[in-house]
Ligand binder design. Structure first.
Ligand SMILES: *Cc1c(COP(=O)(O)O)cnc(C)c1O
Length: 361
Protein backbone atom coordinates (compact mmCIF):
# COMPACT_ATOMS: atom_id res chain seq x y z
CA UNK A 1 0.00 0.00 0.00
CA UNK A 2 1.16 3.52 -0.76
CA UNK A 3 2.10 5.29 2.45
CA UNK A 4 2.32 9.01 3.10
CA UNK A 5 4.43 10.15 6.06
CA UNK A 6 2.97 12.98 8.11
CA UNK A 7 5.55 12.34 10.83
CA UNK A 8 7.41 15.51 11.78
CA UNK A 9 10.80 14.17 10.77
CA UNK A 10 11.94 12.14 9.00
CA UNK A 11 8.91 12.83 6.88
CA UNK A 12 7.47 12.42 3.41
CA UNK A 13 10.18 12.90 0.79
CA UNK A 14 9.71 15.84 -1.53
CA UNK A 15 8.18 14.43 -4.73
CA UNK A 16 11.20 15.23 -6.91
CA UNK A 17 13.72 13.49 -4.63
CA UNK A 18 13.43 10.09 -6.27
CA UNK A 19 14.43 11.56 -9.62
CA UNK A 20 17.26 13.56 -8.10
CA UNK A 21 18.63 10.40 -6.49
CA UNK A 22 18.63 8.64 -9.86
CA UNK A 23 20.25 11.65 -11.53
CA UNK A 24 22.84 11.89 -8.77
CA UNK A 25 23.77 8.25 -9.25
CA UNK A 26 23.96 8.73 -13.01
CA UNK A 27 26.36 11.65 -12.43
CA UNK A 28 28.53 9.63 -9.99
CA UNK A 29 27.90 12.10 -7.17
CA UNK A 30 28.62 9.31 -4.67
CA UNK A 31 32.15 8.96 -5.99
CA UNK A 32 33.36 12.47 -6.80
CA UNK A 33 36.20 13.98 -4.76
CA UNK A 34 35.36 16.72 -2.29
CA UNK A 35 38.45 18.49 -3.65
CA UNK A 36 37.10 18.52 -7.19
CA UNK A 37 35.76 21.50 -9.10
CA UNK A 38 32.50 19.63 -9.47
CA UNK A 39 32.14 19.55 -5.68
CA UNK A 40 33.01 23.23 -5.41
CA UNK A 41 30.37 24.15 -7.93
CA UNK A 42 27.85 21.94 -6.15
CA UNK A 43 28.55 23.63 -2.76
CA UNK A 44 28.56 27.06 -4.35
CA UNK A 45 25.24 26.56 -6.10
CA UNK A 46 23.72 25.17 -2.88
CA UNK A 47 24.76 28.41 -1.14
CA UNK A 48 23.39 30.57 -3.95
CA UNK A 49 20.07 28.76 -4.00
CA UNK A 50 19.74 29.04 -0.23
CA UNK A 51 20.57 32.76 -0.31
CA UNK A 52 18.00 33.24 -3.03
CA UNK A 53 15.25 31.25 -1.33
CA UNK A 54 15.62 32.99 2.04
CA UNK A 55 17.17 36.33 1.14
CA UNK A 56 20.28 35.54 3.16
CA UNK A 57 22.78 38.41 2.93
CA UNK A 58 25.84 37.78 0.77
CA UNK A 59 28.26 38.25 3.67
CA UNK A 60 26.72 35.46 5.75
CA UNK A 61 28.49 32.08 5.87
CA UNK A 62 26.81 28.78 5.12
CA UNK A 63 28.34 25.65 6.69
CA UNK A 64 27.37 22.00 6.49
CA UNK A 65 27.38 19.64 9.48
CA UNK A 66 25.73 16.29 10.12
CA UNK A 67 22.48 17.18 11.89
CA UNK A 68 20.47 19.77 13.79
CA UNK A 69 21.74 18.39 17.07
CA UNK A 70 25.32 18.76 15.95
CA UNK A 71 24.61 22.35 14.97
CA UNK A 72 23.53 23.09 18.56
CA UNK A 73 26.82 21.77 19.90
CA UNK A 74 28.94 23.62 17.34
CA UNK A 75 27.17 26.90 18.03
CA UNK A 76 27.64 26.66 21.80
CA UNK A 77 31.21 25.47 21.34
CA UNK A 78 32.21 28.30 19.03
CA UNK A 79 30.25 31.24 20.39
CA UNK A 80 29.85 30.77 24.14
CA UNK A 81 32.55 31.02 26.76
CA UNK A 82 30.30 30.82 29.83
CA UNK A 83 26.68 31.79 29.39
CA UNK A 84 23.88 31.30 26.92
CA UNK A 85 20.22 32.16 27.46
CA UNK A 86 17.49 29.80 26.33
CA UNK A 87 13.81 30.15 25.56
CA UNK A 88 12.61 26.82 26.88
CA UNK A 89 9.19 25.16 26.40
CA UNK A 90 9.73 21.61 25.22
CA UNK A 91 12.09 18.81 24.31
CA UNK A 92 14.04 20.47 21.51
CA UNK A 93 14.58 23.78 23.28
CA UNK A 94 15.64 21.67 26.26
CA UNK A 95 18.16 19.86 24.07
CA UNK A 96 19.79 23.17 23.12
CA UNK A 97 19.95 24.16 26.81
CA UNK A 98 21.20 20.73 27.87
CA UNK A 99 23.90 20.89 25.20
CA UNK A 100 25.27 23.98 26.92
CA UNK A 101 25.23 22.18 30.28
CA UNK A 102 26.93 19.13 28.76
CA UNK A 103 29.66 21.44 27.52
CA UNK A 104 30.14 22.79 31.03
CA UNK A 105 28.65 26.21 30.34
CA UNK A 106 26.28 27.92 32.75
CA UNK A 107 23.18 28.51 30.62
CA UNK A 108 20.16 30.41 31.89
CA UNK A 109 16.62 29.78 30.78
CA UNK A 110 13.21 31.36 30.54
CA UNK A 111 10.93 28.38 30.88
CA UNK A 112 7.21 28.22 30.20
CA UNK A 113 4.88 25.22 30.29
CA UNK A 114 4.59 22.92 27.30
CA UNK A 115 2.25 24.33 24.69
CA UNK A 116 2.71 27.93 25.88
CA UNK A 117 4.26 30.98 24.24
CA UNK A 118 6.55 33.55 25.87
CA UNK A 119 5.87 37.04 27.17
CA UNK A 120 8.20 39.85 26.31
CA UNK A 121 7.69 41.43 29.75
CA UNK A 122 9.19 38.34 31.33
CA UNK A 123 12.32 38.27 29.24
CA UNK A 124 15.20 39.39 31.38
CA UNK A 125 18.63 38.81 29.93
CA UNK A 126 21.60 39.91 32.01
CA UNK A 127 24.62 41.47 30.41
CA UNK A 128 26.92 38.52 31.04
CA UNK A 129 24.91 36.50 28.51
CA UNK A 130 26.79 35.89 25.26
CA UNK A 131 24.23 34.13 23.10
CA UNK A 132 20.41 34.01 23.04
CA UNK A 133 18.99 30.68 21.84
CA UNK A 134 15.48 30.13 20.52
CA UNK A 135 13.68 27.18 19.03
CA UNK A 136 11.46 28.72 16.40
CA UNK A 137 9.17 25.73 16.19
CA UNK A 138 9.05 23.42 19.21
CA UNK A 139 8.43 20.16 17.38
CA UNK A 140 7.52 18.23 20.50
CA UNK A 141 4.41 20.29 21.21
CA UNK A 142 3.67 22.45 18.17
CA UNK A 143 4.49 25.92 19.50
CA UNK A 144 5.82 28.34 16.89
CA UNK A 145 7.35 31.67 17.90
CA UNK A 146 5.89 34.60 15.90
CA UNK A 147 8.65 36.32 13.90
CA UNK A 148 7.74 39.64 15.50
CA UNK A 149 8.59 38.24 18.93
CA UNK A 150 12.07 37.28 17.71
CA UNK A 151 12.66 40.82 16.41
CA UNK A 152 11.38 42.32 19.66
CA UNK A 153 13.97 40.31 21.56
CA UNK A 154 16.66 41.45 19.13
CA UNK A 155 15.52 45.07 19.50
CA UNK A 156 15.73 44.80 23.29
CA UNK A 157 19.19 43.18 23.19
CA UNK A 158 20.80 44.37 19.97
CA UNK A 159 24.36 43.62 21.08
CA UNK A 160 23.80 39.97 21.91
CA UNK A 161 24.16 37.20 19.40
CA UNK A 162 20.90 35.50 18.56
CA UNK A 163 20.72 31.85 17.39
CA UNK A 164 17.53 30.29 16.06
CA UNK A 165 16.77 26.63 15.62
CA UNK A 166 14.60 26.47 12.49
CA UNK A 167 14.84 22.68 12.06
CA UNK A 168 11.11 22.01 11.85
CA UNK A 169 9.89 25.32 10.40
CA UNK A 170 12.25 25.58 7.45
CA UNK A 171 11.57 26.47 4.62
CA UNK A 172 8.29 28.01 5.79
CA UNK A 173 9.87 30.38 8.32
CA UNK A 174 10.34 33.88 6.89
CA UNK A 175 13.26 35.42 8.75
CA UNK A 176 14.96 38.72 8.22
CA UNK A 177 18.47 37.33 8.44
CA UNK A 178 19.92 40.80 9.03
CA UNK A 179 18.24 40.69 12.44
CA UNK A 180 19.63 37.37 13.55
CA UNK A 181 23.14 35.98 13.78
CA UNK A 182 22.75 32.25 13.51
CA UNK A 183 20.10 29.92 12.10
CA UNK A 184 20.37 26.19 11.65
CA UNK A 185 18.37 23.30 10.26
CA UNK A 186 18.62 19.71 9.12
CA UNK A 187 17.09 18.38 5.92
CA UNK A 188 14.83 15.48 6.93
CA UNK A 189 11.89 17.65 7.97
CA UNK A 190 10.66 20.56 5.83
CA UNK A 191 13.00 19.87 2.94
CA UNK A 192 11.70 16.34 2.56
CA UNK A 193 15.12 14.72 2.20
CA UNK A 194 16.75 11.67 3.76
CA UNK A 195 18.46 12.54 7.08
CA UNK A 196 22.19 13.11 7.47
CA UNK A 197 22.86 16.78 6.76
CA UNK A 198 22.69 19.92 8.85
CA UNK A 199 23.20 23.52 7.71
CA UNK A 200 24.30 26.51 9.80
CA UNK A 201 23.90 30.07 8.52
CA UNK A 202 26.10 32.62 10.32
CA UNK A 203 26.50 36.38 10.34
CA UNK A 204 29.98 37.94 10.25
CA UNK A 205 29.48 38.85 13.95
CA UNK A 206 28.99 35.19 14.86
CA UNK A 207 32.24 34.27 13.13
CA UNK A 208 34.02 37.17 14.84
CA UNK A 209 32.81 35.85 18.16
CA UNK A 210 34.32 32.40 17.40
CA UNK A 211 37.55 34.03 16.32
CA UNK A 212 37.63 36.12 19.52
CA UNK A 213 37.20 33.04 21.74
CA UNK A 214 39.83 31.11 19.80
CA UNK A 215 42.33 33.96 20.13
CA UNK A 216 41.83 33.90 23.89
CA UNK A 217 42.67 30.22 24.10
CA UNK A 218 39.10 29.06 24.74
CA UNK A 219 38.04 25.57 23.77
CA UNK A 220 36.25 25.89 20.47
CA UNK A 221 36.79 22.32 19.29
CA UNK A 222 39.00 20.64 16.74
CA UNK A 223 39.83 22.71 13.68
CA UNK A 224 37.46 21.00 11.25
CA UNK A 225 34.54 22.35 13.26
CA UNK A 226 35.92 25.72 14.27
CA UNK A 227 33.87 28.42 12.62
CA UNK A 228 37.03 30.30 11.64
CA UNK A 229 38.48 27.26 9.85
CA UNK A 230 35.12 26.32 8.38
CA UNK A 231 34.86 29.81 6.95
CA UNK A 232 38.29 29.55 5.35
CA UNK A 233 37.28 26.29 3.70
CA UNK A 234 33.82 27.54 2.75
CA UNK A 235 35.39 30.59 1.11
CA UNK A 236 36.67 28.23 -1.59
CA UNK A 237 33.59 26.02 -1.40
CA UNK A 238 35.24 23.15 0.36
CA UNK A 239 35.11 21.42 3.73
CA UNK A 240 38.01 19.99 5.69
CA UNK A 241 36.34 16.62 6.25
CA UNK A 242 34.69 14.56 3.55
CA UNK A 243 31.11 15.79 3.87
CA UNK A 244 27.83 14.13 2.92
CA UNK A 245 28.28 15.08 -0.72
CA UNK A 246 25.23 13.20 -1.95
CA UNK A 247 22.97 14.89 0.59
CA UNK A 248 24.40 18.29 -0.38
CA UNK A 249 23.65 17.50 -4.01
CA UNK A 250 20.06 16.54 -3.19
CA UNK A 251 19.52 19.63 -1.04
CA UNK A 252 20.78 21.82 -3.87
CA UNK A 253 18.32 20.20 -6.25
CA UNK A 254 15.33 20.55 -3.90
CA UNK A 255 16.29 24.20 -3.24
CA UNK A 256 16.16 24.76 -6.99
CA UNK A 257 12.72 23.15 -7.12
CA UNK A 258 11.47 25.35 -4.28
CA UNK A 259 12.90 28.46 -5.93
CA UNK A 260 11.06 27.50 -9.10
CA UNK A 261 7.77 27.08 -7.25
CA UNK A 262 8.40 30.26 -5.27
CA UNK A 263 8.68 30.51 -1.50
CA UNK A 264 5.63 32.76 -1.12
CA UNK A 265 3.45 30.17 -2.79
CA UNK A 266 4.82 27.48 -0.48
CA UNK A 267 4.15 29.63 2.60
CA UNK A 268 0.60 30.38 1.49
CA UNK A 269 -0.10 26.71 0.88
CA UNK A 270 1.33 25.85 4.31
CA UNK A 271 -0.90 28.46 6.00
CA UNK A 272 -3.97 27.25 4.17
CA UNK A 273 -3.39 23.59 4.94
CA UNK A 274 -2.59 24.29 8.59
CA UNK A 275 -5.84 26.23 8.93
CA UNK A 276 -7.70 23.35 7.30
CA UNK A 277 -6.37 20.75 9.75
CA UNK A 278 -6.87 23.00 12.80
CA UNK A 279 -10.42 23.40 11.56
CA UNK A 280 -10.87 19.63 11.49
CA UNK A 281 -9.64 19.51 15.09
CA UNK A 282 -12.17 22.18 16.00
CA UNK A 283 -15.04 20.44 14.21
CA UNK A 284 -14.29 17.27 16.15
CA UNK A 285 -13.17 18.84 19.36
CA UNK A 286 -14.62 16.06 21.44
CA UNK A 287 -11.86 13.91 19.98
CA UNK A 288 -9.10 16.32 18.97
CA UNK A 289 -8.13 19.18 21.21
CA UNK A 290 -5.53 21.49 19.67
CA UNK A 291 -2.69 21.39 22.18
CA UNK A 292 -1.52 24.99 21.71
CA UNK A 293 -4.45 27.15 22.76
CA UNK A 294 -3.28 30.57 21.64
CA UNK A 295 -3.70 30.83 17.84
CA UNK A 296 -0.78 33.31 17.69
CA UNK A 297 1.57 30.56 18.87
CA UNK A 298 0.12 27.60 16.96
CA UNK A 299 2.62 26.01 14.64
CA UNK A 300 1.89 26.01 10.93
CA UNK A 301 4.28 23.14 10.21
CA UNK A 302 3.73 20.69 13.08
CA UNK A 303 0.09 20.45 14.12
CA UNK A 304 -0.48 18.87 17.50
CA UNK A 305 -3.71 17.68 19.10
CA UNK A 306 -4.49 15.89 22.30
CA UNK A 307 -6.75 12.94 21.55
CA UNK A 308 -9.40 12.08 24.09
CA UNK A 309 -9.11 8.45 25.12
CA UNK A 310 -5.54 8.29 23.79
CA UNK A 311 -3.99 8.66 20.36
CA UNK A 312 -2.97 5.08 19.65
CA UNK A 313 -6.19 3.92 18.01
CA UNK A 314 -6.24 6.88 15.61
CA UNK A 315 -2.56 6.46 14.77
CA UNK A 316 -2.97 2.77 14.12
CA UNK A 317 -6.13 3.00 12.07
CA UNK A 318 -4.77 5.87 9.98
CA UNK A 319 -1.58 3.87 9.46
CA UNK A 320 -3.53 0.87 8.19
CA UNK A 321 -4.89 3.13 5.48
CA UNK A 322 -1.53 4.55 4.47
CA UNK A 323 -1.57 7.74 6.55
CA UNK A 324 1.50 7.63 8.78
CA UNK A 325 0.89 10.29 11.41
CA UNK A 326 3.21 11.16 14.27
CA UNK A 327 2.60 10.07 17.83
CA UNK A 328 3.05 12.50 20.69
CA UNK A 329 6.57 13.29 21.79
CA UNK A 330 8.00 11.91 25.02
CA UNK A 331 5.46 12.07 27.81
CA UNK A 332 2.70 12.73 25.25
CA UNK A 333 3.45 9.65 23.19
CA UNK A 334 0.11 7.99 23.88
CA UNK A 335 -2.09 11.07 24.17
CA UNK A 336 -1.10 13.36 21.27
CA UNK A 337 -0.96 13.16 17.52
CA UNK A 338 1.48 15.31 15.56
CA UNK A 339 0.97 16.08 11.90
CA UNK A 340 3.69 17.48 9.71
CA UNK A 341 2.60 20.10 7.18
CA UNK A 342 5.67 20.44 4.99
CA UNK A 343 6.16 21.39 1.31
CA UNK A 344 6.10 17.67 0.42
CA UNK A 345 2.49 17.51 1.62
CA UNK A 346 0.19 18.59 -1.18
CA UNK A 347 -3.11 20.30 -0.55
CA UNK A 348 -4.92 17.25 -1.89
CA UNK A 349 -3.17 14.83 0.47
CA UNK A 350 -3.87 17.15 3.40
CA UNK A 351 -7.57 17.12 2.37
CA UNK A 352 -7.55 13.34 2.35
CA UNK A 353 -5.87 13.27 5.75
CA UNK A 354 -8.49 15.69 7.06
CA UNK A 355 -11.28 13.40 5.85
CA UNK A 356 -9.54 10.45 7.46
CA UNK A 357 -9.23 12.26 10.79
CA UNK A 358 -12.90 13.19 10.57
CA UNK A 359 -14.04 9.64 9.99
CA UNK A 360 -11.81 8.33 12.77
CA UNK A 361 -13.07 10.92 15.29
C1 LIG B 1 14.39 17.37 14.88
C2 LIG B 1 14.78 18.59 15.59
C3 LIG B 1 16.10 18.81 16.04
C4 LIG B 1 17.15 17.74 15.90
O1 LIG B 1 17.61 17.67 14.59
P1 LIG B 1 18.43 16.39 14.13
O2 LIG B 1 18.75 16.68 12.71
O3 LIG B 1 17.55 15.21 14.34
O4 LIG B 1 19.63 16.31 15.00
C5 LIG B 1 16.40 20.00 16.64
N1 LIG B 1 15.48 20.95 16.81
C6 LIG B 1 14.21 20.80 16.39
C7 LIG B 1 13.24 21.91 16.59
C8 LIG B 1 13.82 19.61 15.78
O5 LIG B 1 12.55 19.47 15.36
Amino acid sequence: MKQTFFTPGPSQLFPTVKNHIHEGLAHNIGSISHRSELFQSLYSSLCNSLQRLFGIPQEYSIFVVSSGTEAMERIIQNCVDKKSYHFFNGTFSKRFYQTAIDMQKQPEKYEVAHGQGYEMERVSIKNDIELICMTHNETSTGVMIPEEFIYNVKRAYPDLLLAIDIVSSVPYVALDYKKIDIAFFSVQKGFGLPAGLGVIVLSPRAIERASFLLARGKTVGASYRRFTDMKAYAARYQTKETPNVFAMYLLGKVLDDLNTIGIEKIRKKTDKNAAFIYDIFKKHQKTYETFVQDPMWQSKTVLVAKVSGGSQRIIQEANEQGFVIGSGYGEYKKTHIRIANFPAHSTSIMRLLGEKLSTLA
